[in-house]
Design a binder for this molecule. Sequence first.
Ligand SMILES: [Zn+2]
Length: 286
Amino acid sequence: MHIDAHVHVYPPEIEKNWKKIAETEPHFGTLCAGKAHKWGTVEAVVAQMEIDGLDQAWVMGVAFRDPGLCRLCNDYVMEALKKYPGKIRGLAVVNPLTRDFEKEIVRCREAGFIGVGELLPYGQVFDISDSRETWRLAAACQENGLFLLLHVAEPVGRDYPGKGGMGPREAAAFCENHPEVQVLFAHMGGGLWAYETMRCMKLVLENAWYDTAAAPFLFGPEVFRAAVAAGAGGKIIYGSDFPLLCADRYEKMFLASGLDEEALSRIRGGNALALLEKARSFSGLG
Ligand SMILES: [Zn+2]
């Protein structure tokens, strides 16, 4: 099973009106104006899946502050689930500080969504290390048997559009505050996996998973071997960040990583399935 766990799509209304939307969603404007930015539709995802030989794409919109725009993205993903059952799976975007966002999570779960994300703490302006701002989100994910995909970034190195200020420290605090939620940290967790080598952190990070999104822009291929050596080999999940990047760049990295086929096949899909199973097993749905 070959799975891409981090794929963005943009409803046509959002692409058409992005400049207007950017006036009230500055983080979205910054992303769109970045030179690496690309637009992507569900049809483009399905066409790329053919080229890349993917069995499943886990698809999501963009996390906005405005719940109405989040809902628009979720509706678009919902349509895609109906059109491509089994091939496209959905993640819901919500603003976890707004009223009734839990209802949107339930609506999406009932439509077959498997997760919540990719939430953008820097743009939606919430602090993932502050349990006063995350407890409702954590409860809603756990109750519905959904994993949570959070954007985090490495706290060192160059700045780029959409990097944001949340990194391993805040991500570790989230794990400690909410051990009942399975959290997929985007972009190799900004390096959070390295702390799996600390005895006192191993247990704290039990619910942490790491996706590879944008890794070709950020790291050398040795990052994957290092993460496996740190004990995180069962928690690294392939995600392309499509339309930003496609599988070819990652495959080059995987082949250069020095990892064997077994380790790579876990990254390409096995670990993603394990994440779903674990999220479901912690659910309040019974
Ligand atoms: Zn991200």
